[in-house]
Ligand binder design. Structure first.
Ligand SMILES: [Zn+2]
Length: 321
């Protein structure tokens, strides 16, 4: 019997990662490209196709002969899984991504929300026990989550559940991308960290995160650079990271008091780089604020790292095929 292949794609605002998987959810080969959201829907779709073909080529297979492609997209997906209704980071509204990719690739394609898909990847491939109640939180440029409660994904009345990043943790906090003040994401994401560091640098504070002599504009804080600054004892980097851990702990305590999960699995770029520093601080801040009944929870960093999204997307394809 010839091996069956499934392709998983993690479509992000800055990067597209595609992986070819066997039917046991083992990743065989990956390929990645920059998203270049500024190219618009058609341009980005062509880059998704190119990335999928790249991973298939490395594996030595033809995409059309694969059992299917799963896509985790950063936005709201229609209930029938055909359309990306709204993806703010890509500036997409109502785009028929499933039909367009199927026409181009010659195999079935299924869409899901990126955080839900990554949470499914973690739940299905990382935890043998298949916990009935689990929350995954992804800390990166933004903050997203996937919630499994009573054995099923929490989707809500209009597929809008799980927006953990928009829990308000400080009514007088900074304005969030959604327009509300003090959302968890506006206080603790990598974007929030950048805004805090930028304000401190402008106020004259010195930090390893920004070298004014370099002549380069200060326009981002990468997770790897943040880790190196924290390890070198940089005061500002340590302070902003501690704040992110505190708010993440508070968010987790709220979720645990509400949902009583068995596991909280953390992922995303910041956790991948900084989990050794962050996890103990997050856990302490969370457990301090939990009701006794919720405290048996395990708070862990996902072992899948960057592969959570593509693993979940391949499982999405496998389930449908
Ligand atoms: Zn918000």
């Amino acid at each position: 019997m010839t091996e069956e292949h499934y392709i998983g794609v993690d479509l992000g605002g800055t990067k597209i990662l595609a992986g070819v998987f066997d039917s046991d959810h083992n990743c065989l080969f990956t390929d990645k490209n920059k998203t270049k959201a500024e190219l618009g829907y058609e341009g980005v779709t062509a880059r998704i196709v190119e990335t999928i073909r790249g991973a298939a080529h490395l594996t030595g297979i033809d995409v059309a002969n694969s059992k299917g492609v799963g896509i985790g997209a950063p936005g709201t997906i229609s209930a029938d899984g055909s359309t990306v209704l709204f993806a703010p980071n890509l500036d997409w509204r109502d785009v028929p991504l499933k039909a367009d990719l199927e026409a181009e690739l010659g195999c079935p394609v299924w869409l899901g929300n990126d955080c839900s898909v990554a949470a499914m990847g973690i739940h299905r491939s990382e935890f043998e026990s298949k916990p009935r109640d689990m929350v995954s939180i992804f800390l990166g440029t933004g903050i997203g989550a996937g919630i499994i409660t009573n054995g099923a994904f929490l989707s809500g009345a209009t597929q809008a559940a799980g927006e953990v990043g928009h829990m308000v943790l400080d009514p007088d906090g900074p304005v969030c991308g959604c327009g509300t003040k003090g959302c968890y994401e506006a206080l603790a994401s990598r974007t929030a960290i950048f805004n805090k560091v930028k304000a401190a640098v402008e106020a004259g504070e010195k930090t390893l995160l920004f070298d004014p002599e370099s002549g380069k504009p200060f326009n981002k804080v990468r997770s790897g650079k943040l880790r190196r600054a924290v390890e070198a004892g940089d005061e500002l980097a340590t302070r902003v990271l501690d704040e992110t851990c505190l708010y993440t702990g508070i968010a987790i305590a709220n979720l645990c008091n509400l949902l009583n999960p068995e596991i909280v699995a953390l992922g995303g770029g910041m956790i991948e780089q900084l989990h050794e520093t962050m996890l103990p601080k997050i856990t302490e801040a969370a457990v301090d604020r939990m009701m006794p009944g919720a405290r048996q929870v395990s708070i862990v960093a996902t072992k899948l790292g960057d592969h959570a999204g593509i693993t979940g997307a391949a499982i999405l394809a496998c389930d449908h095929a």
